[in-house]
Design a protein around this ligand. Structure first.
Ligand code: HEC
Length: 155
């Protein structure tokens, strides 16, 4: 009995690192069309509402579909994917009319987005989302956010 228990435990733990879908794989997307941002992460999205926004949206869409879609849903257009619907992230901010309050809300949202993407979601030792730090450039991370927000606005 003890032996069965032990081998079951062993299997349960040994199986975890084998879950290949939890590995962050860099998308194959060029960021040449975007203003370079360097390695020091910014705290706010530098492309939103800027001249580079349209380019960021297109590049972000490509990167999103390569890197995020398998968990968060193709084109950020479904709430039936296994991972949360990212279009909901800025829902609260979009409803705010007061410009100063809206900017504060977006600043919070940007900080949360960047932190979550960089650190992933590792809860009690289980990787729900792998960390993207060192895998995804910040250019691509912010571009993905611009794309996701455009999908949210179109809803
Ligand atoms: C292996 C599956 C997987 C991949 C790939 C993945 N995620 Fe996630 N992500 C998750 C899961 C699962 C959660 C929810 C974790 C939790 O809160 O328990 C999550 C949560 C998030 C959150 C927080 C959502 C919220 O409502 O708080 C953000 C932001 C996010 N992911 C962004 C991304 C981005 C951007 C990419 C692509 C670069 C990505 N994820 C790729 C599985 C994944």
């Amino acid at each position: 009995m003890r032996r069965i228990l032990l081998s079951t435990l062993f299997l349960a733990f040994a199986a975890q690192p084998l879950a290949a879908q939890e590995v962050a794989v860099a998308p194959d997307v060029s960021t040449a069309g975007l203003p370079a941002l360097g390695t020091q992460w910014l705290s706010a999205n530098p492309y939103r509402n800027q001249p580079a926004a349209a380019e960021a949206r297109a590049i972000g869409r490509d990167a999103y579909n390569q890197a995020c879609a398998r968990c968060h849903g193709v084109d950020a257009s479904t709430n039936a994917a296994p991972a949360p619907d990212l279009r909901n992230l800025d829902r609260g901010c979009r409803r705010i009319v007061d410009p100063a309050l809206k900017a504060r809300c977006q600043a919070d949202n940007d900080a949360y987005f960047a932190r979550t993407v960089r650190q992933g979601k590792v809860i009690l030792g289980v990787t729900h989302m792998p960390p993207w730090q060192g895998v995804l450039s910040q250019e691509l991370a912010w571009a993905i956010q611009v794309f996701v927000e455009s999908r949210a606005a179109a809803r």
